[in-house]
Design a protein around this ligand. Sequence first.
Ligand code: NAD
Ligand code: GLY
Length: 365
Amino acid sequence: MNKKIINTLNVDLKERSYPIYIGEGLLCESGLFKRHIEGQQVMVVTNETIAPLYLDTCLDALDGFQRESVVLPDGEQYKTLEILTKIFDALLEKRFDRFATVVALGGGVIGDMAGFAAACYQRGVPFIQVPTTLLSQVDSSVGGKTAVNHPLGKNMIGAFYQPRCVVADTQTLDSLPDRELSAGLAEVIKYGLIRDESFFLWLEQNIDTLLARDATALAYAIERSCINKAEIVAADEKEQGVRALLNLGHTFGHAIEAGVGYGKWLHGEAVAAGTVMAAEMSCQLGWLEEASVVRITTLLRRARLPINGPPELSAAQYLEFMAVDKKVIAGKLRLVLLEKIGKALITSDFSPKVLERVIDAACAR
Ligand code: NAD
Ligand code: GLY
């Protein structure tokens, strides 16, 4: 039998360090899971779309444990405290103890919810991330941000809680819809923009190959994204500084997601439109060259992502949602902006008029 190629990266967080395993067919690799499970009980949290595709394979890999599962409805609109309770119900009904492990099998919504449930259940039980979307393999499964949404703001209720490991089976991307693949590319492009210029150049050269789902290119993009993310998280686990740069485009994007109603725009789509707004604002402030704005917009468009916000959202609505962003300190909005491709900064040093002008222009397009 062929031995599977497993690329292993490490998130270096001292006693909370953990590996990220990346490779094809890892969902069947029971040994990977077993070395990170201490107790006898495992609860797989997934949703109604992923369950028919991958739940049995995942449960098979967990052979030997008391294996249970909870299947949530699918969608960002279900990333709520109310639906989170279903995970607690399942854990309690099955009499799971504090040594139980929660396995998040799915995209970022499942990962964020299962992780938050693990952080809360009996004041914290171990959990494992098994990301099945490009976005979750390159971003959300790594770094321990867990949360649910509130109608007034995205990811507003949550915890920093690190997984025991991340098992990213790149084969699961075979069933991912094209629109979701593109959404994941928004976060991949983000790494190039905030700190990895040569990766941005590589993306400009390889975006079509990625869209064609070339396995080698995808594996490379996932690995390079995870290297970037792991370095940032290791430097600033709880977002006291540099980790905030991972939110490029997100303050605008979160306003879009909440403003139009969770689930209408994909997270990655909202981030893409938000990234263009951040780039335009950076340009208006005299930091980013116009030519760079064009390159950023072109790459996002080529990745089949939106570069304009939703027409139905007014500038006033953006500003209302942006005012409850987690980067607001003492009522002052801070934004992640770009000095150049490959270098971002977080700042509150801008005139509100420039922000309003950028949003107004985005709304008018
Ligand atoms: P998602 O979890 O909603 O998944 C997208 C869709 O793809 C869903 O319909 C899902 O059921 C389906 N799906 C998942 N895997 C599949 C597969 N292999 N085949 C077919 N269909 C599949 O969305 P997402 O883009 O993965 O994640 C977005 C969420 O992640 C947002 O809630 C966002 O806030 C969060 N996020 C969190 C972090 C973090 O650091 N924790 C970072 C970025 C984003
Ligand atoms: N996705 C943002 C972060 O992990 O900090």
